[in-house]
Design a protein around this ligand. Structure first.
Ligand SMILES: NC(=O)c1ccc[n+]([C@@H]2O[C@H](COP(=O)([O-])OP(=O)(O)OC[C@H]3O[C@@H](n4cnc5c(N)ncnc54)[C@H](O)[C@@H]3O)[C@@H](O)[C@H]2O)c1
Length: 251
């Protein structure tokens, strides 16, 4: 559990997957730190409730329904942000899916569906957000240890996250001269709904492979993302930060 504090007063943040574990923890941290936060998710009811629950914090929070794989839906989100706030300072596309399927049993459509949400969706959102981002703005993508090492039974997921690493670095080359920083975080095993089934099936094995001998919390990923978004990381650019209790190093 992280008690990190930051000052994001007067910043406008957009987080997708904000009804989820990591996006939700980040939304709470940024709103507590003074940012206006737009929480977007496929689950519009959940994300609106989460935004309402942040009402007592210094930053304003609004919830918006979004299908991160649908260009028209992304257009709708960017329109809302442009109309309500006029700009984006902090952008974290956290929406993602983690289905299980061996390559030999994965249909073409299952493969495409994962790429559409995890990879195409990030490209489509960032491309549309760029005109709203000024010097000093910052993007953090959510990759995964799977994007570096592969992940048995999750080739479509691993490929999407490996693609995001290359996308992040290329974006850093293109946006750096405009003063927009771009980085990524690669979490290990984090205690959220995404990994609940897998942790139930092989949690002991994963914990044994993790030198800190536990899963991470969404708050521990959120605080690393917030650091990368903050001025404390003003010269950190084009990096992929591992947060995994030592799992990556030990493996
Ligand atoms: N939990 C982990 O161990 C872990 C590890 C590595 C990387 N990550 C990455 O972190 C990010 C957040 O994961 P999490 O653990 O918070 O997962 P989560 O399942 O708790 O949250 C994911 C959120 O994405 C939303 N979502 C799914 N499809 C969507 C779509 N088409 N449009 C909009 N929203 C959609 C879901 O409704 C959910 O609220 C993901 O990109 C994930 O791949 C997580």
């Amino acid at each position: 559990m992280s008690g990190a504090t930051f000052d994001f007063s007067d910043r406008v943040a957009v987080i997708t997957g904000a009804a989820g574990g990591i996006g939700g923890a980040l939304a709470e941290l940024l709103a507590r730190s003074g940012a206006s936060v737009v929480l977007a998710d496929l689950d519009e009811t959940a994300v609106s409730a989460r935004a309402a629950a942040l009402a007592g914090l210094p930053g304003r929070a609004i919830g918006v329904g979004l299908d991160a794989a649908d260009p028209e839906s992304i257009d709708g989100l960017v329109d809302v942000v442009r109309e309500r706030f006029g700009r984006i300072d902090l952008l974290v596309p956290s929406a993602g899916v983690y289905p299980e399927s061996l390559v030999a049993e994965t249909s073409d459509e299952q493969w495409r569906s994962v790429q559409r949400i995890n990879l195409d969706g990030v490209f489509m959102l960032i491309k549309r957000a760029i005109p709203l981002m000024r010097s000093g703005a910052s993007i953090v993508n959510l990759t995964s240890v799977a994007g570096h090492r592969g992940s048995y039974g999750h080739a479509h997921y691993a490929a999407s996250k490996g693609g995001l690493i290359a996308f992040t670095r290329t974006l850093a080359l293109e946006l750096g001269p405009q003063g927009v920083r771009v980085n990524a975080v690669s979490p290990g095993i984090i205690d959220t709904a995404m990994t609940a089934d897998a942790r139930a099936a092989k949690g002991d094995e994963w914990i044994a492979a993790t030198p800190l001998r536990r899963d991470g919390t969404p708050e521990e990923i959120a605080s690393t993302i917030a650091f990368l978004l903050s001025d404390a990381a003003s010269f950190v650019h084009g990096e992929v930060v591992h947060v995994n209790g030592g799992l990556f190093m030990a493996g």
